[in-house]
Design a protein around this ligand. Structure first.
Ligand code: IFM
Length: 451
């Protein structure tokens, strides 16, 4: 038996599809999000060097459609048109990431002014259009040269990251509303070094836990650099989180769910918000314990201005692994659609972490196999996904969780990592043959929601 909370909203509430931004607290920020490697293209321009994703994509069999981010949405050249599109949606904010190999091509050492120029143009272009810039410093495109020295398994990478973060914050400064150090360190450690699905594609638990720790350390070392160069900006981190529920009341399933929660959620939340790794999960993986040095955890637990939460789904976990509840509806990624999980997650964060800073939902969205019909793309399931998740978010804010904003993933269809271009997450449809952009029905819905 799966444990769930009631899903029916009280009758007095507006139906999710009728929600508008006025239902949310004043000042609540609505935006859209992207990341550098997924949209920019221009992989070898203006001094950019290869990232681990360029290398990974070139390895046969890594990307399901054999593609890469070499061209992607060609945003590097079409950025002005894309900023116009963002402004036309009526959002308050845009979350984008900076490509480390554009800014510090050798990973460490000289800064490439042309790389920073691009992000400065973006930042100023957003401000000129009345849209807040929110920057993520690391959305997985590590300079390949650093991977040659061990990537995130090498403690030096954390120091290199802090130097790179300082260079970005020194140039963009207080113009950026928020700086997130890392996006989803679970992905750039466990998914990348242990499960082998993302770059660099190794399968080694000890390496993954070492990478995870050095990512946390990189975050910790970057935070004071951001504060030094951009004292008026908010500084924090973005985690991908989701409830990990037991598939039944059987003790072995409950144990497995607890373990999954430890590895997916608490392994990152606890060091950041409690200054310790979760003892139970540590014991489970002890043989591969990460290389923690004295003082690391104190640094990692330094107060942040916000926690970014990326929510896509929950896990339902049995002793044999993840299961899909009977009757579950899924997205094109095979992920269960479960808006209630967002409410549950936020209430749990609020209850379990007294040091929880204000939260932004920095990603939420769904992939569906969208098709163009003339000049329209009908994607009612995405509109339903967004509106029901916004409703779930509203319930959490009404229950007292301090959430300051919501970013839909993604502004436009883009390179979905190991799935290449086969998964479409965009509110805006991209015709990759022509690079034409087309507002999907869900984008029109979001636009109306924001009016
Ligand atoms: O596309 C990704 C994004 O880069 C990180 N969060 C999850 C999204 C969907 O898989």
């Amino acid at each position: 038996m799966t444990r769930t909370l009631p899903q029916t909203p009280p009758a007095s509430r507006p139906l999710p599809a009728d929600l508008t931004r006025r239902d949310f607290p004043a000042g609540f920020v609505f935006g859209v999000a992207t990341s550098s490697y997924q949209i920019e293209g221009a992989a070898a321009e203006d001094g950019r060097t290869p990232s681990i994703w360029d290398v990974f994509c070139a390895e046969p069999g890594r990307i399901s459609d054999g593609s890469s981010g070499a061209v992607a949405c060609d945003h590097y050249h079409r950025w002005e048109q894309d900023l116009d599109l963002i402004a036309a949606l009526g959002v308050d904010a845009y979350r984008f990431s900076v490509a480390w190999p554009r800014v510090v091509p050798a990973g460490r050492g000289p800064v490439n002014p042309a790389g920073l120029d691009f992000y400065e143009r973006l930042t100023d272009g957003l401000l000129a259009r009345g849209v807040q810039p929110h920057v993520t410093l690391y959305h997985w495109d590590l300079p390949a040269t650093l991977q040659d020295a061990g990537g995130w398994t090498n403690r030096d990478t954390a120091h290199a990251f802090a130097e790179y973060a300082a260079a970005v914050a020194a140039r963009l400064g207080n113009r950026v509303v928020s700086y997130a150090t890392l996006n989803e360190p679970w992905c750039s450690s466990i998914l990348s070094y242990e499960l082998g699905e993302h770059a660099p594609g190794t399968r080694d638990r000890a390496a993954a836990l070492s990478a995870a720790h050095h990512l946390m350390l990189g975050h910790a070392l970057a935070l004071p650099e951001i504060r030094r160069h951009a004292p008026q900006s908010q500084a924090g981190i973005v985690l991908n989180l989701g409830p990990q529920e037991s598939a039944s009341d059987r003790p072995e399933d409950i144990r497995a769910a607890r373990h999954a929660d430890g590895r997916f959620n608490r392994w990152f939340l606890d060091p950041l918000l409690r200054g310790e790794y979760p003892a139970d999960t540590w014991a489970d993986v002890a043989v591969d314990a990460p290389p923690v040095q004295d003082g690391d955890l104190t640094l990692i637990a330094a107060p942040m201005d916000f926690l970014g939460v990326n929510y896509y789904s929950r896990g339902v976990i049995g002793a044999q692994g993840g299961v899909l509840p009977e009757g579950a509806r899924v997205t094109d990624m095979g992920w269960e659609i479960h808006p209630q999980g967002l409410t549950d997650l936020l209430l749990r964060l609020n209850a379990d972490y007294p040091n929880l800073p204000p939260v932004y939902i920095t990603e939420n969205g769904a992939a569906f196999a969208d098709e163009r019909s003339g000049d329209r793309v009908h994607d009612p399931r995405r509109t339903e996904f967004l509106s029901t998740h916004l409703d779930a978010l509203l319930r959490a804010t009404q229950a007292g969780v301090d959430v300051r904003g919501y970013f839909a993933w993604s502004l436009m269809d883009n390179f979905e990592w190991a799935h290449g271009y086969q998964k479409r997450f965009g509110l805006v449809y991209v015709d990759y043959a022509t690079q034409e952009r087309l507002l999907k029905d869900s984008a029109l819905w979001y636009q109306a929601f924001l009016k």
